[in-house]
Design a protein around this ligand. Structure first.
Ligand code: TZD
Ligand code: CA
Length: 527
């Protein structure tokens, strides 16, 4: 007899999901028993951390990540992290152990009641197989479903007595299956897009996160150069899809309706690729589009295409579309956009560092291909203005704005990309939501660097309180946190710095340490 356990591990092996991120409980033990030697299990100490690490890992590899959670309680802890994964189109196969079948109905301790509904609406597909024989098919389907465009998390709940049962006939076909999708533009769509782009008087390109996810940054560069187009990163960017040093690059669009239209007011054609139109944040009423401007978007996601409040949308493969467009359009006779003015170097100052200074120092000291994971909310604009990011896969940010992403994601990304240095730039508020990821970095020797921007407050909320004219709001300060002590407690070496020189020295030490390091930096509040 071939067990469900045997068949499922064969499917996971063949499909390349041999790294598990998990936090186990009684329901999961039969699944994890006799864990094969060619698999690795990365333990996270809380489920937000587990999913954050898997999210970073899956985004950095571009392949489905595998998560194993404990029943309803584990899934509940993971929901905030799932919101980020859902919004970043991260392919994640999230599995959860269920009580033994005979004990679900009586709602025994740790039964996952209505398990299929629990993770919705933050998964593409959710399933609890109706019998043990259906578990392999459900797992196989979950993997292909997670990876199919638009990629995203899926959920499978498995009663723990299923693993030892007979898989039944036919399951051997599943491991080697593959599911592909063809998302090329039709001839008519291509002709019409080329004509729109070539005939525009002053087109602008807005790149979304899925350009970077599709590794299509270089096609975006070719297209921009051929059409002499300025390029903006779409608002609330969770990735960096264009080299920030390129002469066409203008920066990160702000996340208010009126501001976007104002900044794009000179353009007659707004071409958006690989992202929603748009991920606004602060409510800033105004016109969705500048007067007379036309918007066309290409996205891999039918939800993004349909919910956009303006413009035409085409659902297609982002990389294929950009590549073929960059080949087809003819070179424009317009002058190339002039490089944007880079901000002047931030002056030296005594006492707590300005965030500007921190980013200047990172530019100076960090490797050119460093990967930044940002969750320093009030300094994001400064970061985009200053940081040089030229390679694809250089920047990650919580796609739903859910804090607790950056610290574990940095660990997952570093695990996926050992050849590049991962640097988390994380606020002293944000660092607390998934702080346990430090332990995983120490335990598995994952040499990410965590820079904690310690300004003692929820800086972004102070700014937002100003926008909303909300006065005397409680609970906005976070004094008295000692991140060096917290890091030590989780087994990670740490350094406290309160001057430029000390930060430079600490960074150099961390870069050559070959092990995870946390640097707590005293910073000024940015208002
Ligand atoms: N909880 C979760 C899970 N996600 C959130 N986004 C928030 C709360 C609300 N929130 C923000 O949107 S920004 C922010 C909070 C609490 C402040 C983060 O403070 P920080 O960074 O210290 O990390 P800054 O630079 O001081 O803003
Ligand atoms: Ca802060």
């Amino acid at each position: 007899m071939t067990t469900v356990h045997q068949v499922c591990y064969e499917i996971l092996r063949e499909q390349g999901l041999t790294t598990f991120f998990g936090n186990p409980g009684s329901n999961e033990l039969p699944f994890l028993s006799n864990f094969p030697k060619d698999f690795r299990y990365i333990l996270g100490l809380q489920e937000a951390t587990v999913v954050g690490m898997a999210d970073g890992f899956a985004q950095a590899t571009g392949k489905p990540g595998f998560v194993n959670l404990h029943s309803a309680a584990g899934t509940g802890n993971a929901m905030g992290a799932l919101a980020n994964a859902w919004n970043s189109h991260t392919p994640l196969v999230v599995t959860a152990g269920q009580q033994v079948r005979r004990m679900i109905g009586v709602e025994a301790l740790l039964a996952n009641t209505d398990s299929v509904a629990l993770p919705r609406p933050l998964v593409k597909w959710s399933c609890e197989p109706s019998c043990a024989e259906e578990v392999p098919l459900a797992l196989s389907r979950a993997i292909h479903m997670a990876a199919a465009p638009a990629a995203g998390p899926v959920y499978v709940s498995v009663p723990y007595d299923d693993w030892g049962k007979d898989a039944g006939p036919g399951a051997e076909h599943l491991a080697s299956r593959n599911v592909q999708s063809a998302g090329a533009l039709s001839e008519d769509q291509l002709t019409s897009l080329v004509e729109s782009l070539e005939s525009a008087r002053n087109p602008v390109l807005i790149v979304g996160p899925d350009v970077d996810a599709a590794n299509a940054n270089s096609y975006a560069v070719s297209l921009a150069e051929k059409l002499s187009m300025p390029v903006w990163m779409a608002p609330s960017a969770p990735r960096c899809s264009f080299p920030t040093t390129h002469h066409c690059f203008r920066g990160l669009l702000p996340a208010g309706i009126a501001s976007v239209s104002r900044l794009l007011c000179e353009h007659d054609l707004i071409f958006v690729v690989g992202g929603p139109v748009f991920r606004y944040h602060q409510y800033e009423p105004g016109k969705f589009l500048p007067e007379g401007a036309k918007l066309i978007s290409v996205t891999c996601d039918i939800n993004e295409a349909t919910r956009a409040p303006m413009g035409q949308a085409i659902v297609a493969d982002v990389a294929l579309a950009l590549r073929v467009l960059s080949e087809k359009v003819s070179q424009s006779s317009r002058a190339q956009p002039a490089p944007r003015l880079m901000p002047a170097p931030a002056p030296e100052n005594a006492g707590a560092l300005t965030p500007e200074r921190v980013f200047d120092i990172l530019n100076e000291v960090a490797p050119r291909d460093a990967i930044y994971v940002n969750e320093s909310t009030s300094t994001t604009t400064i970061m985009w203005e200053r940081l040089r990011m030229t390679e694809s896969g250089s920047y990650y940010f919580a796609a739903a704005g859910g804090l607790g992403f950056a610290l574990p994601a940095a660990v997952g990304i570093q695990l996926a990309r050992p050849e590049r240095q991962v640097i988390g730039v994380i606020g002293d508020g944000s660092a607390n939501y998934s702080i346990q990821a430090l332990w995983t970095a120490a335990r598995y020797d994952i040499p990410a660097i965590f820079i904690i921007m310690k300004n003692g407050t929820y800086g972004a909320l102070r700014w937002f309180a100003g926008v909303l004219q909300a006065e005397n709001v409680p609970g906005l300060d976070v004094p008295g946190l000692d991140f060096c002590a917290l890091a030590r407690g989780y087994g990670v070496s740490s350094l406290h710095v309160d001057s430029s020189d000390a930060l430079v020295a600490a960074l150099r030490q961390a870069l050559s340490a070959g092990k995870p390091m946390l640097i707590e930096v005293e910073t000024r509040v940015k208002l």
